[in-house]
Design a protein around this ligand. Structure first.
Ligand code: PEP
Ligand code: MN
Length: 331
């Protein structure tokens, strides 16, 4: 249960209501919402003239829900890119930033193909202690210069709060990677950031847990969250993960947040990425993100799924055709 407090309610009365209900007062898109009676069990709702609208939502991710916000959230990236406005944004770049040469070759090619939002990770949350962890702090200046020189917007990832401030300085969109989805301190820090956040789903998280994580960010003050489906773990072992379009449908039916689909991590091999990207386009994803590398056999991270430039061009053409067929513009 959520109480939307009247805008002219005094802060004293709001605090009193918070105490009375055991709820939590949050400001969301300029509205004061007292969230109570969710999973933790709010106390009795007070009655009175000064209580505004009561919104009934039985789950514990109200801010991400259409019940609280029936209109779709459109996220602005810079002056002229929008995610969630009915178009499909294609995001591409290497998994990891590796060297100046790699980044320049990648950026030059992708710009020539009209890509506007470039991905490349500096802080890679590798599972193995012996895998390339990314350039980390040493790559910040380089990535910032690529962004500037090629007039690209940049999405790059964080996996904990120790490097958040540094990444926030250079990124247009901050990605919380799959394995960081349950990092509460990180989610709260995202909530205090002025940057849009791409919240990737942990590969073993339920849709509900993913939406709860989104609410941590939203309730901490950042309304600009993009949900990223990137494949989940099941008993199936012929692909890296399983692309969960069922959850994509659920998100579309129940949340106002834009949805990004990532076929690269889902299938985990380059030969399958195009087929899944076409499916993502047919679904009507707000954004599709794929990994591309100028020299695939040299890639230091996620090599098996990296598209070479020819395969990327083919994917872009096909995704453009599918978008057109379903009445969406590919950006
Ligand atoms: C990535 O985008 O390179 C990445 C590590 O993704 P995920 O967190 O979804 O595995
Ligand atoms: Mn990757």
């Amino acid at each position: 249960m959520i109480l939307e407090l009247r805008p002219d309610l005094s802060s004293d009365r709001a605090a009193e209501l918070e105490r009375l209900t055991g709820g939590r007062l949050v400001v969301f898109h300029g509205r004061s919402l007292l969230i109570c009676g969710t999973a933790e069990g709010g106390r009795q709702l007070p009655e009175g003239e000064d209580i505004g609208e009561v919104i009934d939502f039985p789950e514990d991710w109200p801010l991400a829900s259409l019940a609280v916000r029936p209109e779709k959230t459109v996220i602005e990236v810079g002056e002229d890119l929008r995610i969630g406005d009915g178009s499909t944004l294609l995001i591409a770049g290497p998994c990891a930033a590796e060297s100046e040469g790699q980044l320049r070759a990648s950026a030059a090619f992708l710009v020539s193909r009209g890509i506007r939002l470039f991905r490349a990770g500096l802080f890679k949350p590798r599972t193995s202690a012996y895998s390339f962890p990314g350039l980390e702090f040493d790559g910040l200046e380089l990535l910032a210069s690529i962004r500037r020189d090629y007039d690209l917007k940049l999405i790059t990832e964080v996996y904990d709060t120790s490097h958040f401030d540094a990444v926030e300085e250079i990124a247009d969109v901050i990605q919380v990677g799959s394995k960081a989805m349950f990092n509460l301190a990180l989610l709260r820090r995202c909530g205090r950031s002025p940057r849009p956040i791409l919240l990737k789903r942990f590969f073993s998280a339920s849709t509900r847990e993913w939406l709860q994580a989104a609410d941590v960010i939203l309730s901490a003050g950042n309304p600009n969250v993009i949900l990223g489906e990137r494949g989940i773990r099941t008993f199936e072992n012929r692909s890296r993960f399983v692309f969960d379009l069922n959850s994509a449908v659920y998100i579309r039916e129940n949340s106002h947040l834009p949805l990004l689909l990532d076929p690269s991590h889902a299938i985990g091999r380059a030969s399958g990425v195009r087929a899944l990207a076409r499916a993502a386009a047919a679904f009507g994803a707000d954004a599709i993100m794929v990994e591309v590398h100028p020299e695939v056999d040299q890639a230091r991270c996620d090599r098996a799924q990296a598209l070479d430039h020819r395969a990327f061009a083919a994917l872009q053409d096909e995704v453009g055709d599918v978008c057109q067929a379903v009445g969406r513009k590919l950006v």
